[in-house]
Design a protein around this ligand. Sequence first.
Ligand code: BGC
Length: 359
Amino acid sequence: MKKFILCLLVLTMVSGLVFAGGSKEKANQKVVGVAMPTQSSERWINDGANIKKQLEAKGYAVELQYAEDDVQLQVSQLENLIAKGVDCLVVAAIDSTALVNTLASAKQNGIPVIAYDRLLMDTDAVSYYATFDNKGVGTVIAKDIESKMGLKTAKAEGKSYTIEFFMGSPDDNNALFLYNGVMEVLKPYLDNGVLVCKTGRTSFEDTCILRWSQETAQQWCENYLAGFYADEKLDIACSAFDGFAYGIKAACEGAGYKVGVDWPYITGQDAELMATKNIIAGSQSSSIYKDTRLLASKCVTMVEAVLKGSQPEINDTTQYNNGKLVVPSYLCTPVAVDQSNYKEVIIDGGYYTAAQLGL
Ligand code: BGC
């Protein structure tokens, strides 16, 4: 009996230790705080999961937080992570300029900061920036429109197309980069009349959508179609985000457009699962594939660099001036996906399975 009780006691102690080890960080284990903007869009869920998985595989503990596009919530999440004494912060900001004081406090506490996907502005507390080539995203979207709509030869053929623009959030530094990339390719066609924007809304100020809101994009598109496209159809919706494309799709359906008949060319960004399904169905024309596994892996090399003193891979030291410094960056390459290449890029690339896409 005594032996039995002893056994029970030992078992209880061992399982207690295992439990403690499982629920807490191990001694000396470095902790990385990861602040993501929102779970309302699938890409950020994938980003968070990929960073966590890859950091944990390297032995780090990860505190992953989502702030649901609430700037104040993100500030308090970061303050909590700083107060807990995390060893490093990875931040995808909601508002690129709203974290200046919070990041200053990270710096005072000796916590290095990596900017993830969105640049952190007006701060010297950021060490590195892992992102996609944001201007490149814009040029890839615009070149896709240029080639699919045959813009290069349209003038000679006496053709023109109507177009409306749905650009990203003004508080996200990526959005203006993307817009500039789009306009670098499409402005000549607006100037020579091959592209006609009937609302006249072509500036960044007139086309940017706060917090990348799908609802706003839908509302705008409904208003445009009702107010400007009663006689002539909308041919192209140049959209900077898959979420916008869903709103535009709903607006077009509401206005009686039909896929395969008079459906506009609708672009997007992120190659979300739903967007990819819509591409297959023909209700979205293209998207920009951004492999969040690759971005996470570049970010992890930056975390290792600040924590271990190693050199991360950097491929841009000129473009991303945040007002305080030019942040050493790694820019991943965006790729346009459409019906012709989604199988090769997305399914063969292991991003989604055929079954996930309903194939
Ligand atoms: C990202 C895009 C994303 C957008 C909306 C941007 O900062 O670079 O990939 O579509 O935010 O979430």
